[in-house]
Design a protein around this ligand. Structure first.
Ligand SMILES: Cc1cc2nc3c(=O)[nH]c(=O)nc-3n(C[C@H](O)[C@H](O)[C@H](O)COP(=O)(O)OP(=O)(O)OC[C@H]3O[C@@H](n4cnc5c(N)ncnc54)[C@H](O)[C@@H]3O)c2cc1C
Length: 413
């Protein structure tokens, strides 16, 4: 990296900095050769090209909240979160925002408040995670059911590729070599990719199918920095519906709640979260307040939104009529609704740290087609029991996403 000249002081290879950047929110520890902290886009481009010329592997990094080692690497880690934090443009008419990759999700939301708009995906790390990192991971969050994943909200990306070329990825981008690759694998891509919304591991080749109009910016989302470095992103924004309503549904078990998902998704909820008595017990034990719940040992909380309260309530009643719950409520009181959602939020925070033995990250996100969720949850519990392991599953049931940290005996295995 000596070729950097004036930018040499943007590179830090001290043991302290390499140690700090050797971790993210995963179990992995990989010390980089050095860390680069560019102050603007031009510096980012120069640093990437210099690293490529020196044949140094590059890992782009936002806030480093990834759970699977996505933001650590052995070569040059480029910190995009420190200075590349400019909100370049907000267009309330087109409902888009153009930003540098290091803009924190919550800072973008704050800037959008006066326009009555927001960026749809809202992972629980939104107070610190960056839009570049969200696009890198195709981050979702509980309301992705209503507002889409990061990939669904990307309009245009400016990137630097692995050959140092600057590219604009948008609806007009044509990349003949990639198009040829897709054309010669149409059958596999059509049958194996994008079969349900949370199937987000690996490259999302379904966005490149001819019937999906070769949406290469959406394809880039979720590629975890392996296809290039984002220097600028334009994303879609959504307007919050003026009214929302919470429904609480109780089932004998969480798996029974899972069996009911396909039945309820036809009503287009914006959130559909599942939990069971194990998580509720943990919240209770922690001393946090637990609002009274419906009958049952497995629960689903649904959120529906709309422009008219009466229409919302009649849609809520239709859902309850259709649901196979043993008891269900329409929660019109907002304080009561907030208290119910708080059980879910507190439970999520406590789930990974409340077992007698340590439970580990790294295997904690499962993606299951929603129609198979009930069967999956039963089989998952059987598997845990068979190997005398423990976990507290809960998740974004509407998308078939289950979170569970397991107490694998890593110390003795
Ligand atoms: C407690 C906890 C809760 C979480 N909850 C959720 C959740 O609800 N939903 C969810 O989806 N995720 C969740 N996550 C995972 C993570 O927080 C999100 O994926 C987040 O969006 C990552 O953003 P980041 O800025 O930390 O990115 P990083 O972790 O720094 O990076 C993420 C990926 O993007 C790449 N990247 C970063 N910047 C760029 C760039 N400029 N160009 C190209 N690639 C880049 C990185 O190389 C990496 O592969 C959670 C994590 C934790 C620890």
């Amino acid at each position: 990296m000596t070729a950097l000249g004036d930018l040499a002081d943007r590179i830090d290879d001290t043991a302290l900095t390499r140690g700090i950047y050797s971790t993210d929110a995963s179990l992995y520890r990989v010390a980089p050769v050095a860390v680069a902290i560019p102050k603007n886009t031009a510096e980012l481009v120069t640093i990437v090209r210099t690293a490529l010329a020196a044949e140094l592997p590059i890992t782009s990094r936002g806030a480093g909240t990834s759970c699977a080692g996505n933001a650590v690497g052995p070569g040059l880690v480029i910190d995009c979160a420190k200075h590349l934090t400019k909100i370049i443009d907000i267009d309330p008419q087109r409902k888009t925002a153009t930003i540098e990759p290091g803009v924190v999700q919550a800072d973008l939301q704050t800037a959008l408040t006066k326009f009555g708009l927001r960026f749809g995906p809202d992972p629980s790390t939104s107070s610190r995670c960056t839009i570049g990192g969200m696009i890198g991971n195709n981050a979702c969050g509980p309301r992705a059911l209503g507002y889409g994943r990061s990939a669904d909200n990307v309009v245009e990306l400016k990137i630097i590729t692995g050959t140092g070329e600057e590219l604009v990825l948008n609806a007009d981008t044509k990349l003949p070599e990639l198009q040829r690759l897709v054309a010669s694998n149409l059958g596999t891509i059509r049958t194996e990719f994008g079969t349900f919304s949370r199937q987000v591991s690996g490259y999302s080749l379904e966005h490149l199918l001819p019937e999906n109009n070769f949406q290469v910016a959406k394809f880039f989302a979720g590629s975890e920095g392996t296809l290039g470095v984002i220097t600028q992103a334009t994303v879609n924004l959504v307007a919050d519906a003026p009214h929302k309503l919470t429904l609480a549904l109780g089932y004998p078990t969480m798996a029974d709640a899972g069996d009911d998902i396909a039945n309820l998704l036809q009503f287009s909820p914006t959130a559909c979260e599942g939990l069971d008595a194990r998580i509720v017990a943990v919240v209770r034990r922690s001393g946090k307040p637990v609002h009274k719940l419906t009958e049952g040992s497995g629960w689903m909380f649904l959120e529906i939104v709309g422009t008219d309260t009466a229409e919302l309530i009649s849609r809520g009643e239709a859902i309850l009529t259709q649901a196979n719950a043993i008891e269900s409520w329409i929660v019109t009181d907002q304080d009561q609704a907030d208290a119910l959602w708080k059980i879910r939020a507190d439970g999520a925070g406590l789930a990974g740290v409340s077992l007698p033995n340590p439970a580990y990250g790294g295997w904690e996100d499962a993606a299951v087609p929603p129609a198979k969720l009930g069967a999956y949850l039963r089989a998952f519990d059987e598997l845990l029991n068979r190997y005398e392991l423990h976990g507290l599953p809960y998740g974004h049931f509407g998308e078939g996403c289950i979170h569970c940290r397991i107490d694998f005996p890593l110390d003795s295995a």
